[in-house]
Design a protein around this ligand. Structure first.
Ligand SMILES: Cc1ncc(COP(=O)(O)O)c(C=O)c1O
Length: 402
């Protein structure tokens, strides 16, 4: 039976979104969910029958399709099948899950680690398990949406500070009651801008105000530090982060999220976090792939070095061509276009020449800071990077971005 609905806010929201999508499609500016039909080796992919060079991937070390990782996943399917029997505490805990968690805690130089079904879920469940109504959570304004959602879900007093503004953070920390439990959360590498936190200063502030420190390493594992182990290695610090969060879906070519830290913290999360207790474990093939990937990173350090070289070639080359790449120091390279239409136009023109880049526009970034958000990986070759930059330059000149 059809229900007669009033024209309520739900209907209006749906219509507004559909209109936005339709307009973008009509103007040939719709770049959502472009289907990749095949990996062609290196950084090349097949998109709707066209060979394109991928500059939007998070596979920073080029590990997708790595033979050792593929083999580990296939062997896990042969051994365990494709599912986990359900929630881990009830029926679904496999030895590959324990092995993966041991590998992660070793890689992250921590006592222990726990995994969840995605990075998004990890932030949601960990923050909301640790904090409650009377606590305080301090969060950088550019933190990832999953951190924001976890903070809101926790019910704690949610205090946001201007991006990387540690003076403002200090002021806000000092305004909170001394007796309250405090958690400070930041991305290690910011996912839209590619810049880093000042870990030593943040650690100092946490110690001064007795705050726990949680860092999201989605974009620093495989990227920062000589061995690619992340932000602590980058700053030459050891075990200064209480809650080391990361995902298994970027440098690690799998799916899932994790937290590494002290044994008692992880033990508590295993018994207290709802995403562990009420949701199924990682599929065995994905757990095995992730487990092998951490080992490959350590066995093939040339990948981390190559990524670093590629990132500096890309950033310096774009800057030399007159682009503003903001404050990036990593493989995430914003190419500032300012207006949304220019970011869309750049995407259209660059993609027409078979370079796969995507735009980021408001509200994902503030008004006036629309950009191409390009990423470079260890799978790119120097010549290809030069070619991509020439195409971006041509589009930038045609559209008046540079
Ligand atoms: C900083 C950051 N944290 C968490 C996530 C969520 O991770 P996942 O995609 O594995 O759910 C992302 C993904 O884009 C991210 O960029």
């Amino acid at each position: 039976m059809d229900v007669q609905r009033v024209d309520d806010s739900v209907q209006r929201r749906i219509r507004a979104m559909l209109k936005r999508v339709q307009e973008a499609q009509e103007e040939d500016l719709y770049y959502y969910n472009q289907p990749i039909t095949e990996l062609l080796g290196g950084s090349k992919v097949l998109v709707k029958g066209r060979e394109m060079d991928m500059y939007a991937s998070y596979s920073y070390l080029g590990l997708i399709g790595h033979p050792r990782i593929n083999e580990a996943a296939k062997a896990a399917i042969d051994k365990y099948g494709t599912g986990t029997h359900g929630v881990r505490s009830l029926a679904g805990s496999l030895d590959i899950h324990t092995e993966l968690e041991e590998t992660i805690s070793e890689f992250k130089n921590a006592e222990s680690a726990v995994t969840y079904s995605s990075g998004y879920v990890t932030n949601l469940t960990v923050i909301s398990t640790l904090l409650g109504r009377h606590d305080y959570v301090f969060s950088d304004k550019l933190n990832h949406a999953s951190i924001v959602d976890g903070c809101l879900m926790s019910g704690a007093k949610f205090v946001r500070y201007k991006h990387n503004d540690l003076d403002e953070l200090r002021k806000k920390l000092s305004d909170a009651p001394a007796s309250s439990s405090k958690l400070l959360i930041a991305d290690s590498v910011f996912s839209m801008d590619g810049d880093l936190i000042d870990l030593p200063k943040i650690v100092e502030l946490c110690r001064e105000f007795g705050a726990y420190l949680m860092v999201d390493e989605a974009h620093s594992v495989g990227v920062l530090g000589e061995k690619g182990t992340g932000i602590e290695e980058h700053f030459g610090m050891q075990s200064v982060i209480d809650i080391k969060m990361g995902t298994l879906s970027k440098t690690i070519p799998s799916i899932g999220g994790y937290v590494a830290g002290k044994e008692d913290l992880i033990h508590y999360l295993r018994h207290g976090s709802r995403a562990y207790i009420f949701s199924a474990a990682l599929p065995p093939a994905q757990a095995a792939a992730a487990n092998e990937a951490f080992k490959v990173i350590l066995d093939e350090p040339w990948r981390v070095e190559k990524l670093r070289e590629n990132a500096s070639q890309f950033i310096n080359g774009l800057q030399d061509r007159g682009f503003d790449t903001m404050k990036t120091e990593t493989a995430i390279v914003p190419v500032l276009c300012k207006q949304d239409e220019l970011a869309y136009g750049m995407t259209r023109d660059v993609q027409k020449k078979d370079i796969f880049v995507l735009p980021v526009v408001s509200p994902a970034v503030p008004d006036g800071l629309a950009r191409l958000r390009a990423t470079v990986t260890a799978a790119h070759e120097s010549e290809g990077i030069e070619h991509a930059m020439n195409i971006i330059e041509e589009a930038g000149k045609n559209l008046g971005v540079i």
